[in-house]
Design a protein around this ligand. Structure first.
Ligand SMILES: [Zn+2]
Length: 239
């Protein structure tokens, strides 16, 4: 892949003495690694644009290697410098980056996940202590990556059901129930999950659930993630 797009720096690593490999979430081309020649050695034209979570307009050319395009231009759109200065926010942003790298395919449509990442970074920069932003990020990235829990009745027979089986990733009714971990979900929680999954990002702040319902949702999303999604991922254990 070569061309111009917008990118968010997910992480970088050094190559040799002075070169860098930057891993981007791009707006148009999925996640992409790019080679940056000597950004630390000389007074670089890239400036601070290679710092983690920088949102930049980038140009990648394929001359170096087809699988590792070379970064030829990087202009900061938003630096997210205050976010990097806050340890709490920075750690959460690193978890976002890890989820993107583990859950999203490296190619294909990435516009929605790109916009989610920008929304998440913006939310963390404004309120590094937020629990709402990481919860919504996790819930929505699971949906975008194809791991949405099935919450419309029993997944086997279609009857009404309120007990969630994370290993099924779905609700099961009493007749279809099985062994293993399960969690009863309230109608309010199922409704909140639906709203937070589907609402436009810019309107999410209008949803004001109670603390207790949010805590219930957090427990549900974590259980779904650890029991249901984790087993499908390459890593042994994801935080
Ligand atoms: Zn059933």
């Amino acid at each position: 892949m070569t061309g111009r797009t917008e990118g968010i720096v997910l992480r970088s690593r050094t190559l040799g003495e002075a070169d860098l490999i930057i891993e981007y979430l791009t707006k148009d081309f999925g996640t992409r690694s790019a080679f940056a020649k000597s950004p630390r050695k000389i007074k670089s034209r890239f400036g601070g644009s290679l710092e983690p979570f920088t949102h930049a307009r980038v140009a990648l050319t394929g001359r170096e290697d087809a699988n590792l395009p070379r970064l030829t231009q990087s202009d900061i759109i938003r630096s997210f410098h205050p976010l990097r200065e806050n340890t709490r926010g920075f750690i959460k942003a690193c978890q976002f980056a890890e989820m993107v790298l583990k859950l999203m395919p490296s190619e294909g449509r990435s516009h929605d996940i790109f916009m989610l990442m920008l929304w998440g970074l913006d939310g963390l920069e404004k309120d590094p202590a937020s629990t709402f932003v990481p919860l919504v990020f996790k819930l929505r990235i699971l949906t975008l990556a194809g791991y949405a829990p099935a919450l419309n009745g029993c997944t086997r027979c279609g009857n009404q059901a309120t007990v969630f089986y994370p290993r099924e990733g779905a609700l099961l009714c009493g007749a279809c129930s099985k062994e293993g971990p399960a969690l009863g979900l309230s109608a309010a929680l199922i409704g909140l999950h639906k709203s937070l999954s589907a609402f436009p990002l810019e309107k999410l702040s209008r949803i004001k659930p109670s603390e207790s319902l949010l805590a219930e949702l957090q427990k549900f999303v974590d259980l779904h993630f650890i029991e249901g999604v984790n087993v499908h991922m390459r890593s042994e254990k994801f935080y």
